[in-house]
Design a protein around this ligand. Structure first.
Ligand SMILES: NC(=O)c1ccc[n+]([C@@H]2O[C@H](COP(=O)([O-])OP(=O)(O)OC[C@H]3O[C@@H](n4cnc5c(N)ncnc54)[C@H](OP(=O)(O)O)[C@@H]3O)[C@@H](O)[C@H]2O)c1
Length: 411
């Protein structure tokens, strides 16, 4: 493990020092992102029950990471490289806090597997979540999983390890959190369909021509949620819903052909379970990620959330439902087809999508190029069935290279 420099490991001052032995001790990877920040808000409101022991973030928000360290006093912190570690240390120099800062993949895994933690929140974005999540499961940690890309890319590997180690994944994605709550007490064999709801994204009412000409600014205007840029673009293409089908397939060990998508523009019904007797149980709430985060952090208990978002049913004017339009949103269809496979195709879909979305965000391609380039990568991929980790890692690298080559030829 790489440790940067000789400062003492322990903090010299602690913003708070809870003494309760039963306290849940939490490590977070991706603490400076949309989910990470909201999780820290929830933890901050429950300092008598929840404690942060380790944090990891990227290099884009070191000021914010320094503030989080000041407030939550984790035991260890990880950033991607030595430069970021040096910058972070400089930011902490004016405070009394002294801690060693870990770097790189090894640092990320050290945070994910911190010996004091009993819960890892994976709030990192993309395939980068696979290795630390696997490392944490190997150590028997419970995972509060926001990082859906990990299950999309390596679902069968992750879930068989979860079974082997007797640990749990508690979903943070609002749709999967809803299904997790609706399923409580029922056998999977009692279920006819899982209904994933989606807002429809910013282009729900746009015609094909408007969608084809959508700009980055347009795609980042999500009607209901304020999220990181990658997932916001995925919500505009409806790829996010497709990735969620694959996530649900593995998480609930459920036949992907029986996972349905329905557009629910108000985002009040967060998903539902249809049982074999025809009953449908759904979970309702305001569109606020703090709710599923709160559920995951406290699971299997329910905790009072005094200042949390509250839905007043009397104030609901209407709830509407629509069938998704696969012609205007081909990414959903592409992912739905891939969801039926247990192969490297899902990893390739995910990794190629990461590269293609980044190219769109950098304005190197148009919105309408996203599904076209994705299909080109998938068409060239030689699938490996029931992949092991080595197959997944290889497919990830192949997909990134192939997507980059296809994009280069397009522009
Ligand atoms: N946001 C939502 O409402 C929402 C809802 C459901 C599911 N999710 C899922 O939750 C995950 C996070 O989404 P988000 O919207 O919170 O993303 P985000 O705002 O982009 O935040 C991503 C976080 O990961 C960090 N990060 C990125 N690469 C890293 C690396 N290599 N090592 C360590 N940290 C790294 C980022 O650091 P920097 O600050 O330095 O960039 C940031 O802290 C995604 O998988 C998303 O699909 C999000």
């Amino acid at each position: 493990m790489k440790w940067l420099s000789g400062l003492p490991i322990r903090l010299v001052n602690r913003a708070y020092s809870p003494s309760n032995e039963n306290m849940k001790k939490i490590a977070i990877i991706g603490s400076t992102g949309s989910i990470g920040r909201q999780a820290l808000e929830v933890i901050g409101a429950h300092r008598d029950k929840l404690k942060v022991v380790a944090l990891a973030a990227g290099k884009n928000s070191l000021d914010e990471l320094a503030q989080q360290i000041n407030v939550f006093a984790p035991d260890i912190v990880s950033v991607p490289n030595g430069q970021a570690a040096g910058d972070l240390r400089a930011l902490l120099n004016n405070t009394k806090i002294k801690l060693d800062i870990l770097v790189g993949e090894e640092g990320l895994e050290a945070v994910a597997t911190h010996s004091e933690s009993n819960l890892l929140l994976t709030a990192i974005v993309g395939f980068a979540g696979v290795k630390p999540t696997l490392a944490a499961i190997k150590k028997g940690k419970t995972i509060a999983l926001a990082n859906k890309e990990t299950l999309v890319a390596a679902g069968s590997i992750i879930m068989s390890l979860v079974k082997e180690k007797g640990t749990k994944i508690i979903p943070v994605d609002s749709e999967h959190s809803a299904i997790h709550q609706c399923l409580s007490g029922y056998a999977i064999s009692d279920i006819r369909h899982l209904w994933l709801t989606g807002s429809g994204g910013p282009f729900r009412t746009w015609n094909q021509k408007q969608i084809d000409n959508a700009t980055v600014k347009d795609a980042l205007q999500h009607p209901n949620w304020s999220m990181g840029k990658k997932i916001t673009v995925d919500s505009a293409t409806l790829m996010n819903k497709g990735l969620e089908i694959i996530e649900a397939r593995w998480l609930f060990d459920f036949d992907p052909r029986k996972i349905k998508v329905v557009i629910q523009p108000q985002q009040i019904l967060h998903s539902a379970v249809e049982f074999c007797d025809g009953s449908i149980i759904g979970q309702f709430g305001l569109p606020d990620m703090k709710l599923p985060i709160h559920y995951a952090l406290f699971y299997p208990h329910r905790a009072e959330f005094a200042d949390g978002p509250r839905l007043n049913l009397c104030e609901l004017n209407s709830l509407t439902f629509e069938t998704p339009d696969y012609d205007r949103f081909p990414c959903l269809k592409i992912a739905q087809e891939v969801a039926k496979e247990d192969s490297t195709a899902a990893c390739v879909l995910n990794s190629a999508n990461e590269i293609i979305v980044e190219a769109f965000l950098q304005e190197r391609i148009r919105f309408k190029d996203i599904p076209v380039s994705l299909m080109r990568v998938l068409d060239k991929h030689n699938r490996v069935a029931s992949p092991d980790l080595e197959d997944i890692l290889e497919a990830d690298l192949w997909a990134r290279d192939e997507a980059a080559a296809i994009l280069k030829a397009m522009v």
